[in-house]
Design a protein around this ligand. Structure first.
Ligand SMILES: Cc1cc2nc3c(=O)[nH]c(=O)nc-3n(C[C@H](O)[C@H](O)[C@H](O)COP(=O)(O)OP(=O)(O)OC[C@H]3O[C@@H](n4cnc5c(N)ncnc54)[C@H](O)[C@@H]3O)c2cc1C
Length: 399
């Protein structure tokens, strides 16, 4: 057995890195040997939002994309729902989770993913219960997540489980080999790490010694509005999901604090990190089609009027100088923010496997486990993948 003096490294502090850290710290192996554990990351949960840090931009809701035949993904999504639903039952909305009725509308499709049938309160809506242009619809109980609250709870769990021993370092690691650089020794000590778990999301594309060219961004733009009266979730899928990212998807994701995330877009290979105005208008239009309650009638202002010759006439755009009208969506006044993030997509799906050992010091190999490339499903699969990654790691160490 390799010396337990050597540290464990978790690279990345998104929802994947932090849930993986929690499962490692909870393991009987960690609790009995108490090795040192370090989390190294460029971005940390309370940083200003950045498109390259997907976990803080996400909606997020639990709405699996797992194909009926994809047992691996179904297992991860199912496990994560069970764990989060239990957390919500125990702690309530202060957990950063909100249980709600979720309605899925399908256009151009007449069936739903089988995994939805495992959710509480699953029902198929009949023709009279769904909008006219919708071909199929189901509803069930699901969860939404408020990333900032949930990620901070994970940080606290890490601190508690390790009795304040886990060190979190803000650092950009150019390559895995850079772990032997003297500047890193100052952080983690001179002994080569016993193991490293790579949870770098989109960073796996450029991280030296990994440089996974099958990783690519799927750009997502969302609009955050304040609409505390919305307590149910809606999604409309137009066309086939084809795995996870096909067709057009529109969604309404309420959070317990009254903010609602409206989306979305799935722009494969698009690195543009700022909101596009035309996309915002399109999202505002689409969400009203699936959730008219976003705009209660008292919010719809009467038309602008102009008093001429004693009569009241509706104003035409040309009557008013220099008003720049982008769109007339009544939702504009509710906007809190417009966000963009890059989903860490990967051809073939999430990479969860043990890789080749890294040799930083002769005869002291460092085990490497990969856990990245969750695309648009990192929140809903995080606990499932964390458990598998830690099981792979411990199998490595204990043999
Ligand atoms: C608009 C949008 C909506 C989404 N909605 C949902 C949803 O409803 N449900 C859902 O399940 N998922 C959703 N997702 C997807 C989800 O956000 C991601 O799958 C998930 O956040 C990926 O987590 P991660 O920890 O792998 O990556 P990230 O959160 O991106 O974290 C990566 C970490 O690695 C660090 N890192 C990377 N490279 C290096 C390096 N070289 N050195 C040091 N540190 C490094 C980063 O600094 C960061 O800490 C959405 C994503 C977007 C953008």
């Amino acid at each position: 057995m390799i010396s337990s003096e050597r540290p464990y490294i978790i690279l990345g502090a998104g929802v994947i890195g932090l849930t993986t850290a929690v499962r490692l710290l909870e393991s009987p192996y960690y609790q009995s040997t108490k090795p040192s554990v370090h989390i190294i990351a460029d971005h940390l949960p309370n940083d200003p939002l950045d498109a390259r840090y997907a976990s803080t931009i996400a909606g997020a809701h639990h709405l699996s994309f797992a194909d009926d035949i994809d047992e691996r993904q179904r297992g991860w999504d199912r496990k994560t729902f069970q764990i989060m639903y239990e957390e919500w039952r125990e702690i309530g909305e202060s957990s950063g989770l909100m249980a709600l009725k979720q309605t899925e509308l399908f256009v151009g499709e007449t069936k739903h993913l089988k995994i939805y049938e495992e959710h509480p309160d699953f029902a198929v809506l009949d023709e009279r219960e769904r909008p006219k242009d919708v071909d199929h619809s189901v509803s069930f109980t699901s969860l939404t997540m408020t990333p900032l609250i949930y990620l901070n709870r994970l940080l606290k769990r890490i601190d508690d489980l390790s009795n304040h021993q886990v060190k979190i370092h803000r650092h950009h690691l150019p390559s895995l080999s850079a772990l032997s650089h003297p500047s890193i020794h100052a952080m983690i000590g001179t002994a080569p790490p016993l193991a490293i778990i790579v949870c770098t999301g989109i960073g796996a594309l450029t991280l030296g010694d990994v440089e996974d060219k099958t990783v690519y961004p799927t750009r997502g733009q969302v609009v955050k509005v304040r609409a505390p009266w919305i307590r149910a979730g809606y999604t409309r899928q137009v066309g086939s999901l084809t795995g996870s990212e096909g067709g057009e998807r529109t969604y309404v994701i309420p959070r317990p604090d009254g903010e609602v995330i409206l989306g979305g877009t799935r722009e494969v290979g698009d690195w543009y990190p700022y909101p596009r105005e035309g996309t915002t208008s399109d999202i505002l239009k689409r969400v009203l089609e699936i959730c008219p309650d976003l705009c209660p009638s008292h919010m719809v202002a009467p038309p602008l009027t102009n008093q001429k010759n004693g009569s009241i006439e509706t104003l035409k755009l040309g009557d008013v100088d220099s008003i720049e009208v982008i769109d007339h969506s009544p939702l504009r006044s509710l906007i809190v923010d417009t966000l963009v993030g890059f989903r860490p997509s990967r051809e073939g799906g999430t990479r969860l496997e043990r890789g080749q050992d890294l040799i930083l010091v002769e005869e002291q190999p460092t085990a490497v486990v990969y856990n990245y490339g969750h695309g648009g499903a990192g929140w809903q699969s995080c606990w499932g993948t964390a458990e598998d990654a830690v099981a792979l790691l411990l199998a490595t160490i204990e043999t």
